[in-house]
Design a protein around this ligand. Structure first.
Ligand SMILES: Cc1cc2nc3c(=O)[nH]c(=O)nc-3n(C[C@H](O)[C@H](O)[C@H](O)COP(=O)(O)OP(=O)(O)OC[C@H]3O[C@@H](n4cnc5c(N)ncnc54)[C@H](O)[C@@H]3O)c2cc1C
Length: 305
């Protein structure tokens, strides 16, 4: 992707966020309301396929451009960056580790957002220590039958599929050798038990899920082999870390903009507070740290694969 194309994408994003997102963010966040119309427009802009290769209908962007996109989205509303984050982690796991048939089947659907979702890793008793997951998938004929509980799963109420981390062999040691990753589409046995309330980062759905004798076809096992699930999802999570780092920069930029605007409007002792030296020093420090954070988002400019 050339610099010219980057500029075109970022310019289109700027116009979209300014006109169609900014005016609605406050109310959507306050009401914890899912932004259906905004998500439809994000689909049309190709944002659900940012890092999916062009041969599969994605934009084929680099992580450098992706980080700029996430930073700019977050300046408007961080929740929107989460709507593409775990979706693209799932897509990355298929793009990097899926069989050819899985790539042909899923990646074009992920790129348009027809299939949309995230990652189902965390459980009530484990988050950081993913080798402790208890959700089990047992092979029966051409299917696996899944039973277990997942929690804190983003994009699981309004999305329709997940990269689901399970144990296919719960007794193996080390435990990761018995772990596998499936593309799990919503159907009977896959239930959203409840949406979780959050203090911030609202509007985006984060839920607890139940899998009760949920059947997933064996050809949804990513890569077609058991025992590689943990490595597959950890490599996808690299992209998630880029997303979260870029969010930090976007939030800092937004905070700086708001602080500068307020300091120009609020007056004490007969003048705007931005004219007091102590405030100028604080704003200078904020601006320096924000600018340095942005330069730290230096990433490869070749397409992410
Ligand atoms: C808003 C939100 C959205 C989320 N979305 C998703 C999602 O889409 N999919 C998903 O699967 N999960 C999701 N999660 C869950 C998230 O991935 C977990 O919260 C995270 O992995 C941490 O797990 P935990 O909360 O169980 O903490 P624990 O693993 O119980 O850890 C508790 C604390 O101990 C620390 N700790 C753990 N091990 C060590 C160690 N060895 N040394 C030192 N300190 C340690 C941790 O850093 C943490 O501070 C989401 C969480 C939130 C809050």
């Amino acid at each position: 992707m050339s610099n010219d194309n980057d500029a075109i994408i970022l310019d289109a994003l700027e116009k979209f966020l300014t006109a169609e997102v900014d005016p609605f963010v406050h109310d959507l966040e306050a009401r914890d309301e899912y932004p259906h119309e905004i998500v439809e427009k994000m689909k049309q802009m190709g944002l659900f396929g940012c890092i999916i290769a062009e041969e599969y209908g994605g934009l084929g962007l680099s992580t450098s451009t992706y980080a700029k996109i996430v930073t700019r989205i977050t300046r408007s509303w961080m929740s929107l960056s989460g709507i593409i984050n775990s979706h693209l982690i799932m897509a990355s796991a298929v793009q990097r580790h899926g069989t050819d048939a899985q790539k042909q089947h899923y990646l074009p659907r992920f790129a348009t957002g027809e299939l949309r979702g995230g990652v189902g890793l965390t459980e009530p008793d484990c988050g950081t220590d993913l080798q402790a997951v208890r959700t089990v998938a047992k092979r029966v004929g051409d299917d696996y039958i899944v039973n277990g509980t997942k929690t804190w799963i983003t994009n699981s109420l309004h999305g329709n599929c997940l990269a689901l981390l399970v144990k296919t062999d719960p007794k193996t040691t080390p435990a990761h050798k018995g772990m596998s990753l499936f593309i799990a589409e919503k159907r009977e046995g896959f239930t959203v038990a409840r949406k979780l309330e959050k203090l911030g980062y609202r509007g985006i759905d984060t839920c607890e899920l139940l899998f009760q004798d949920y059947h997933v076809p064996a050809d949804c096992l990513i890569g077609g082999v058991e025992g590689r699930g943990l490595q597959q999802i950890l490599s996808g999570l690299e992209l998630g870390r880029i997303n979260v780092a870029a969010r930090g920069v976007g939030v800092a930029e937004a905070a700086l903009d708001l602080a500068v605007a307020y300091s120009q409007q609020r007056k004490t002792f007969g003048k705007p507070i931005c004219e007091h030296q102590a405030i100028q020093l604080k704003l200078g420090e904020m601006a320096t740290r924000t600018a340095v954070s942005y330069t730290h988002l230096t990433l490869p400019t070749t397409p992410y694969v």
